[in-house]
Write a protein that binds this ligand. Structure first.
Ligand SMILES: NC(=O)c1ccc[n+]([C@@H]2O[C@H](COP(=O)([O-])OP(=O)(O)OC[C@H]3O[C@@H](n4cnc5c(N)ncnc54)[C@H](OP(=O)(O)O)[C@@H]3O)[C@@H](O)[C@H]2O)c1
Length: 223
């Protein structure tokens, strides 16, 4: 019997994913981390960490030889980077649902998904609709536990700063303080905190589907 939890991570080269892998490496309860990436993972190495060069268009059967307990998904792009709504949907919906199916086939019992605040399959806003459809279709894969994290703007250092995020970084302490009541769910949140919340949710061993917005993520992360 394997000791410790075995994690699959999609999105490890990203902002939340990078924090997540660093935290998993430092976590004594984690015994193996398999990061599925399309490019090398710079600056992170550990005997626990395997980086697998992955074609997300051909995930079916790709994880056959990998056994996992927990799957973490921090994959995503923007319509601007992807170049079109269809290209965005391919990553933020199709790749994520394909990863969920492959993770389930690899034995994962828990799936931790970073979505976005406002996600709703019935939304008139394309971005929010895709995020909602992804949540719905990942839920249909049928994990014992599905934890969905819906952050507002993510805060953290990235190589290429996006304009909205830059503004969010500078103003977030002031804007967050003004966002009260139901608006709290839209507060900007550190990517590192989201990663901590994902790990805490996985460790909780709670079954069923859980949606975590700002306050729940802060609580789970213990910050
Ligand atoms: N940024 C925000 O303010 C914000 C707010 C709310 C929700 N979210 C959501 O939170 C999640 C994590 O965000 P983040 O800022 O940590 O993301 P990020 O830094 O942009 O990282 C995204 C990850 O997805 C991978 N990826 C993107 N396009 C891909 C493709 N075509 N094929 C394979 N891999 C691909 C990236 O790999 P490469 O490094 O190879 O590109 C990277 O590992 C995303 O789903 C995002 O939509 C973000």
């Amino acid at each position: 019997m394997t000791e410790g939890r075995r994690a699959l991570v999609a999105g490890a080269t990203g902002l939340v994913g990078g924090h997540l892998v660093r935290q998993l490496i430092d976590d004594a309860a984690s015994s193996r981390i398999v990061a599925l990436t399309r490019r090398p993972l710079h600056g992170l190495s550990s005997p626990k960490l395997d980086v697998v060069d992955t074609n997300f268009d051909a995930l079916d059967g790709a994880l056959q030889d990998i056994a996992a307990d927990d799957a973490y998904c921090t994959l995503g792009t923007t319509i601007k980077v992807a170049g079109s709504q269809a290209a965005f949907r391919k990553v933020d919906h199709d790749y994520i649902v394909a990863f969920a199916r492959a993770a389930k086939a690899a034995g994962a019992k828990r799936f931790m998904l970073v979505s976005a605040i406002g996600a709703d399959p019935a939304s008139s806003i394309f971005y929010s609709r895709v995020k909602g459809e992804t949540e719905r279709d990942v839920e249909a894969v049928g994990f014992e536990a599905l934890h969905i994290f819906r952050p507002g703007i993510l805060l953290g250092e990235r190589a290429e700063r996006r304009l909205l995020e830059q503004i969010g970084m500078e103003l977030s302490p002031f804007i967050n303080a003004l966002m009260l009541g139901p608006a709290r769910a839209y507060r900007a949140i550190a990517a590192e905190t989201v990663a901590r919340a994902m790990r805490a949710a996985a460790a909780s061993d709670l079954a069923g589907r859980h949606i975590h917005t700002y306050d729940a993520m802060i609580h789970l992360a213990g910050v």
